[in-house]
Design a protein around this ligand. Structure first.
Ligand SMILES: Cc1ncc(COP(=O)(O)O)c(C=O)c1O
Length: 315
């Protein structure tokens, strides 16, 4: 078969990865072609960021423990046994980052999966595997004001594939919607629930500013229960803004003052256009700007508040 093109952000097979209890060269962290998760999408993953602070000469992992707490909940839903609790798995990440001696912003990807080589579409009684890799990564979505497209694909419902579990196979839903957004010259998709309310972005949560308050869909509107969303809830309240969880109608996106996506990958990504219509006055709004600045300063450790959200890797 002819090799196709690789995207510019292809992950290099360099450094050290972790697989099933051992640190191994990334190039050796391989699984069988018959792996259950590869056939059926029966994996659970996390995306974690670590920010390099050049003046501190330090790498800070953002909300490390919370990611493994969510991973534990995701695994519980799809019956995968993790090889440790949130603290033990966090320690493996720290050791992995030290072994790779990263001095840049890094993205960390833990993956727990059905490793059994069997033809059996089920979850119970199948052998599990666990790995982590990490690589230098900058932005994912633009943070200077992006365009979004309301997808014709609906968000997977809790009655079919639970969105609150970060399940590998569920990302087909995102991939279809993001492709469609690209065909409409938009960078991010906006999902509606099967019932027609706004749910979230393709790989991010969505927050709207209406009448000066931050409004976001509740966890019962088929969203991934985002750690960044929860971080922003706290920052918003500290900055004096109300943070409200309620269902959002699609047309509210056309009349709101500001809109932004948030997530570990997305960070804080203001949205200035939805379905070809300008959001607010078509520029990055003051609230998204203030939240974004505070988010980045805290995550990188330039702002010393919320030390409980940062884990230092070195020394
Ligand atoms: C579908 C989806 N929603 C929301 C988020 C945001 O979650 P978090 O802030 O925990 O990264 C993500 C991942 O980043 C995601 O993939």
């Amino acid at each position: 078969m002819k090799a196709g093109p690789s995207p510019a952000n292809e992950i290099p097979e360099a450094g050290t990865a972790y697989l099933d209890g051992a640190f191994v060269p990334f190039a050796d962290a391989k699984v069988s072609i018959a792996t259950h998760a590869l056939q059926y999408g029966t994996g659970v993953f996390e995306g974690i960021r670590a920010y390099w602070n050049p003046s501190h000469e330090q790498l800070y992992v953002f909300r490390l423990r919370e990611h493994f707490e969510r991973m534990t909940r995701s695994c519980r839903i799809v019956r995968i046994d993790l090889p440790g609790d949130a603290d033990e798995l966090s320690e493996i990440v720290l050791e992995l980052l030290r072994r790779n001696a990263f001095r840049s912003d890094v993205y960390i990807r833990p993956l727990a999966y059905k490793a059994a080589r069997v033809v059996k579409v089920a979850l119970h009684g199948l052998r599990d595997g666990f790995g982590i890799y990490a690589f230098p990564m900058g932005g994912y979505l633009s943070t200077g004001g992006l365009a979004a497209h309301t997808s014709s694909w609906r968000r997977i419902s809790d009655e079919a594939i639970p969105a609150r579990a970060k399940v590998s196979g569920a990302y087909i839903n995102t991939a279809l919607a993001v492709d469609e957004a690209g065909e409409h010259r938009a960078e991010e998709a906006i999902f509606l629930t099967a019932g027609g309310h706004v749910s979230e972005g393709g790989g991010s949560n969505l927050i709207m500013v209406r009448d000066g308050a931050l409004v976001t869909p509740p966890v019962t509107d088929d969203i991934l229960e985002g750690i960044t969303r929860q971080t922003i809830a706290e920052l918003a309240r500290e900055l004096g803004y109300a943070f409200i969880e309620r269902s959002i109608d699609r047309t509210e996106l056309f009349v709101c003052e500001e809109l932004f996506f948030c997530g570990t990958g997305a960070q804080v990504a203001p949205c200035v256009k939805v379905d070809g219509r300008q959001v607010g006055d078509g520029a990055v709004g003051p609230i998204a700007k203030a939240i974004g600045e505070r988010y980045f300063a805290i995550a990188r450790g330039d702002d010393a508040s919320h030390p409980e959200w940062r884990t230092a890797v070195f020394g």
